[in-house]
Design a protein around this ligand. Sequence first.
Ligand code: SF4
Ligand code: SF4
Length: 292
Amino acid sequence: MKEIVVISGKGGTGKTSITAALTYVGRGEILAADCDVDAADMHLLLAPDFGKPTDFYSGVIAKIDTEACISCGKCKAVCRFDAISIIDDKYVVSPLDCEGCGYCARVCPRDAITTPEQNVGQWFISTTRLQNQLVHARLGIGTENSGKLVAKVKAEARSLAIEKDIPYVLVDGSPGIGCPVISSLSGADYVVLVTEPTVSGLHDMRRVHQLLKQFNLPCGCVINKADLNPEFSRKIEGFLQDENIDLLARMPYHPDFTEAITQGKTIVELDGSELPEKIEILWNTIKSKLEE
Ligand code: SF4
Ligand code: SF4
């Protein structure tokens, strides 16, 4: 089993549209994983059946048992995050301010403070309308630890692919360079960078490539909407050459990208352009890179 992770230094490059289209053309051999858990949207194009949800617990928040509390104030005195206050003569923890360090629980003379794990989201193993499987997740509103949820989604996707003998796991990673992206990249066999010919597209690709170099991961690049700004596309190609990065595809701008999203389809399901053929070639190119 090989794992391909699609990332972009920034949002709005067409990363998910391209990942969903690759999932379509490789549907007999791809298990998809949506690791953009902060803003998961693969399901909008792949219409999965949303299999049974599994709760995901991560991180802790202090909780005070007001019956056991004797109002000694020790917990409030040690909390460096000002997360404990007195409301109606009772000591209470503000969940939004608590960092879960557990110091308050250690100093409480009455063992009145517990630190239960938090339910921060759910993950699913679903079957898409294309009949391939999709592992995806939903992070709770305002919750943290998306990197850990990404790790969970990837681990489940990998073990399911091995169990069902599916040769490729295709991961839609998070945009940016933060913790969820680092988590998306762990264990990848090949990384596809999707960018666009703009100042921020090039700038953010440079940043994410720095990250890839730290992990020593092989990667290739798709320049999306390449014809919208030929001068910047050439700059990106120059950067790819300098850094020895494979240029996997130049995707043209086409209104089908927007039309497909509106219809809840992948771009290869509309046949008004050269996009389906280009995505087919892209998938075969990625597979050949994995064999090198
Ligand atoms: S767990 Fe840490 S941050 Fe949270 S209330 Fe206790 S001392 Fe404050
Ligand atoms: S340390 Fe324990 S007993 Fe003292 S105020 Fe806090 S919760 Fe109450």
